[in-house]
Design a protein around this ligand. Sequence first.
Ligand code: ZN
Length: 258
Amino acid sequence: MMPNIIKLFIVSFIIVCCNTSDKKPDQKMDDKEEVAIDTAMIEYIRGQFDPSKHKDFISIPDQYASRSGLYLRREALSDFIKMYNEAHGAGVSLIIKSATRNFDYQKGIWERKWHGQTLLEGNVDARTISDPKERALKILLYSSMPSTSRHHWGTDIDLNSFDNSYFEKGRGKKEYTWLRENAHKFGFCQPYTSKENGRTGYEEEKWHWTYLPISKGLTDYAERYLKNEDISGFAGAELAIDIDVVGNYILGIDPSCL
Ligand SMILES: [Zn+2]
């Protein structure tokens, strides 16, 4: 007969042995995969990729854009072309002036404004605004901090003119009225509407439209997982936390686009 104490030792050894050899490696692999997926999504949300090399992106044919070399997510372009054709039938021309802008592109826009190479609205040189937060807020009237632009996502387009007044009379008014009445049928929504109802974030942009079938999920993802602390890599990036760029700007969109 084997003494009980020895039996207990053998059973304990088997349990420890099996847990170690069978489960821990699997568990480690799962953890690694989960971290890898999250990191890839955050990098995508932050525009840390080259759209010309990304399998989900496609170059916009010249007839739909004011310049070549613009990219969109494939589904967004497909539905844009349907919208373009229907608008054309109604006597309305739609031309994409800007589409995907990745982190590096947006960093160029931001830093040229930050360092005074591009003047801000009202011909203001940002370097004359000595308080860094005030300087950032002034740039943020119309330009996103790199990492936080919806243009990173390949779902957002700027149409016809970067001037709200263009859309308030004549041909521009006809185009804007058509878009307000019809764009939703093709999945497009205007995120930066009037701020009269308390919307935070960028000023009104009558030219900016987002492709909701993809961007809605990305907005939700950014709300959950993108932290102001993740925003880095350009002049003034440390101000993102104080300004709450995620809460006030990424989420500062018209409720119909949420
Ligand atoms: Zn835009």
